[in-house]
Design a protein around this ligand. Structure first.
Ligand SMILES: NC(=O)c1ccc[n+]([C@@H]2O[C@H](COP(=O)([O-])OP(=O)(O)OC[C@H]3O[C@@H](n4cnc5c(N)ncnc54)[C@H](OP(=O)(O)O)[C@@H]3O)[C@@H](O)[C@H]2O)c1
Length: 408
């Protein structure tokens, strides 16, 4: 999660379903009976799956870390958060590698629920799509049960779309926990969690929620030798750094806090991060580990990001430097208001999120020195920020939108 230093307008705080032949033990389309509590229909559909997920009885009993000895086409991976910025690419990458992917989606997914079933099926082509509700443990379990497929590994890319306080606990903690429980009931012996590097210095509610779940994951592995996890803590995503491309292209200056050198990150593309996450499914070396990861190249400060953007545009750099104290003042006001009007608690939290990303580096925080270290932040992948800027200048920010508050 990251604050985009988006243009002033955004404030400084800122198909076609491929119904090819479906191959799994149950009928093509399951509609599970509605229970008293279940308002969302649990249904499963395979969108252009090229693999036949390993079927139930033999597989439920055989699932253990031994799944790594099998070829990918005999490994079933459950992906939750499959419709998010990273989740979509994780599904695509796992399918490309030949895994049988079971992707959980809401009936309406995407930012502000703009996608219906058909769009989800199209986006998740190649996976078996399970329409369910990760916030309801029983509903999720029933949906997966009705699918009648075992699960070898779970990949969790869930995240609150707002970063609000309650929503963070509901998704980053509870829904992730529901997914762990549901996956394990289907036999999963490995859990890959997409977390965030910023949890190293937890000052925000979503970070605390993520850390609590990380700790429970580690406890689960400590209690059961047959269960393992990989916790992936990436630095900034490209989308988080793209917020000013279009405004700068339109002739406006690049806005940054302080002298633009207060923080740095090693941004990583969706494809590269999806590749790293997919590696975590089969790679024994990545088990039981917390894995910070950034993209290729050196760490970049906001000043360097701005300079790069102007260079790519072939323009003279123009910057607006906003003192960080402005943000502190705004947060002070928001926190004061939130004390009087609890409904403003999330607004104050969004202010704190903005402040955090304006000042904290998204790099490995070296416990030995207490300093962020670019050198100790592992690099992975090949996509560069320069290529990303070039693409956004050419094609716009479609697919790179920030979440519902425009900050995460
Ligand atoms: N942005 C960054 O620079 C950055 C950097 C490092 C780490 N991260 C971390 O990466 C993770 C994923 O980020 P992302 O950008 O891929 O997230 P995202 O695009 O916001 O996707 C979130 C996923 O969670 C699902 N979800 C959210 N609320 C839900 C609900 N109430 N019920 C069911 N599903 C729900 C979404 O489903 P719908 O599509 O149905 O909404 C979506 O699949 C986060 O944990 C984030 O902290 C981000």
């Amino acid at each position: 999660m990251f604050l985009s230093l988006s243009p002033p307008s955004n404030s400084l705080l800122h198909s076609c379903p491929r119904f090819s032949r479906l191959r799994f033990p149950s009928p093509i389309l399951h509609i599970s009976p509605k229970s008293k509590t279940q308002t969302i229909t649990a249904a499963v559909t395979t969108a252009g799956s090229s693999q036949s997920p390993q079927s139930t009885d033999d597989a439920l009993s055989s699932t253990s870390s031994s799944f790594r000895t099998r070829p990918t086409h005999e490994v079933n991976v459950l992906v939750v958060g499959s419709t998010g910025y990273i989740g979509r690419f994780v599904v695509k990458e796992l399918c490309r590698r030949g895994f049988n992917v079971i992707a959980v989606s809401r009936e309406r997914s995407g930012i502000r629920g703009r996608n219906g079933r058909d769009e989800a099926l199209c986006e998740l082509a190649g996976a078996t799509v399970c329409f369910s509700d990760v916030t309801d443990a029983d509903a999720l379990h029933r949906s997966l049960e009705s699918l009648d497929l075992p699960v070898d590994a779970v990949v969790c890319c869930l995240a609150s779309r707002t970063g609000g306080i309650r929503d963070s606990w509901k998704i980053d903690y509870e829904a992730s926990r529901n997914s762990l429980a549901a996956g394990r009931r289907r036999g999963a012996s490995h859990f890959v969690l997409l977390s965030a590097i910023c949890v190293q210095k937890p000052l925000l509610e979503f970070q605390r929620a993520k850390l609590k779940f990380e700790a429970e994951l580690a406890e689960a592995a400590a209690a059961d030798a047959g269960f393992s996890y990989s916790i992936v803590r990436p630095t900034a995503f490209f989308k988080s750094l793209g917020g000013q491309v279009e405004t700068v292209k339109a002739g406006k200056p690049y806005v940054m806090f302080g002298d633009g050198r207060m923080c740095a990150c090693k941004p990583i593309s969706e494809e590269d991060l999806a590749g790293f996450i997919a590696d975590c499914v089969m790679d024994d070396e990545k088990c039981g580990r917390i894995l910070p990861v950034g993209g290729p190249g050196k760490a970049v400060t906001p000043l360097e990001q701005g300079e790069l953007l102007f260079r790519v545009l072939g323009r003279e750099p123009r910057f607006v430097k906003v003192p960080i104290g402005v943000m502190d003042f705004v947060i002070g006001v928001l926190e004061f208001l939130a004390r009087m009007f609890p409904v403003m608690a999330d607004t104050a939290e969004f202010g704190r999120i903005g402040r955090y990303y304006a000042a904290e580096s998204m790099l490995f925080l070296d416990p030995a020195t207490g300093e962020y270290s670019a050198e100790k932040t592992p690099s992975y992948g090949k996509d560069t920020l320069e290529e990303f800027f070039e693409r956004v200048i050419r094609e716009g920010m479609a697919g790179q939108e920030l979440g519902e508050q425009g900050i995460l």
